[in-house]
Design a binder for this molecule. Structure first.
Ligand SMILES: Nc1ccn([C@@H]2O[C@H](COP(=O)(O)OP(=O)(O)OP(=O)(O)O)[C@@H](O)[C@H]2O)c(=O)n1
Ligand SMILES: C[C@](O)(CO)[C@H](O)COP(=O)(O)O
Length: 229
């Protein structure tokens, strides 16, 4: 079995959440979003250690019960998500593959992670994703529809995203050097002409971004009857 290192970017400030504290520290069923995400990941049988990337000024992580867990290594993050992911990868010891999962996605299902990890049998990485269900429109700056985008083979990219470590490091570094901004790891791999597999995951694997996402995340977590609550 290839060795896997897990990186959780948790260094954002959550501007779109418009809350007083970064969204990863808001509570779902009495636990922070970050604790839900980390406890869910570490409960997967193939995950034994997690590199958590924190904002350099983060003062909240140390207040969490799991702050001293021996299965966590904290790493200072950067200005952009990709900088934080790069910092997390550089902090990992020997690993063949890197699994990157947003702290802001606490509802991820273990079975979906298992399906994604099966990619390590080949040498092609991939991402969890959900097929688009709605008719998709592209608008202009005046919010007038300019185009209906064919939704066939159109997917919502999620995380985890899972790639051979060296391939991902090289791709992220190349994009950084070229000044190419990427919002996910797959984009960097694509920029380098690499192949990325789509592994269908649940729509419930939402990214907590706006205030209305909190109640939905609580519903999904409740639905999963998680034992560590
Ligand atoms: N410089 C950054 C920016 C984001 N993230 C992390 O990347 C994930 C996805 O990013 P996003 O949802 O955009 O989080 P924020 O950047 O905090 O949100 P916003 O864009 O609303 O500020 C989050 O877990 C966030 O903590 C990070 O580690 N480092
Ligand atoms: C990585 C990601 O969650 C895939 O959908 C998304 O790109 C993160 O984007 P954000 O703007 O950093 O939330």
């Amino acid at each position: 079995m290839s060795s896997i290192a897990v990186v959780v970017p948790a260094a954002g400030i959550g501007k779109r959440m418009q809350s007083e504290i970064p969204k990863q520290y808001l509570k779902l069923h009495g636990q922070t979003v970050l604790e839900h995400t980390l406890n869910q990941l570490i409960s997967h049988s193939n995950i034994a250690h997690i590199y958590v990337v924190l904002h350099p000024d983060d003062m909240l992580f140390s207040t969490l019960d799991i702050a001293d867990a021996d299965w966590i290594t904290t790493v200072p993050g950067g200005d952009e998500r990709s900088d934080s992911v790069m910092a997390g990868i550089l902090a990992t010891n020997h690993a063949d593959w890197i699994l990157v999962h947003d702290a802001a996605r606490p509802c991820v299902k273990l079975d979906d992670i298992t399906n994604l990890l099966k990619l390590s049998k080949d040498n092609t990485g991939g991402i969890l994703a959900a097929p688009v269900r709605d008719t998709m429109k592209r608008g202009d700056s005046q919010h007038v529809i300019k185009q209906t985008v064919c939704r066939e083979n159109l997917w919502h990219a999620q995380t985890p995203q899972f790639f051979p470590k060296q391939q991902l490091l090289t791709a992220l570094h190349s994009c950084q050097q070229a000044g190419i901004a990427v919002t996910d790891e797959a984009s960097a791999i694509e920029q380098m002409g690499g192949t990325v597999k789509l592994v269908e995951g649940c729509y419930s694997n939402i990214k907590i971004t706006h205030p209305e996402d909190l109640a939905l995340a609580e519903f999904y977590i409740n639905q999963q009857n998680r034992t560590y609550l």
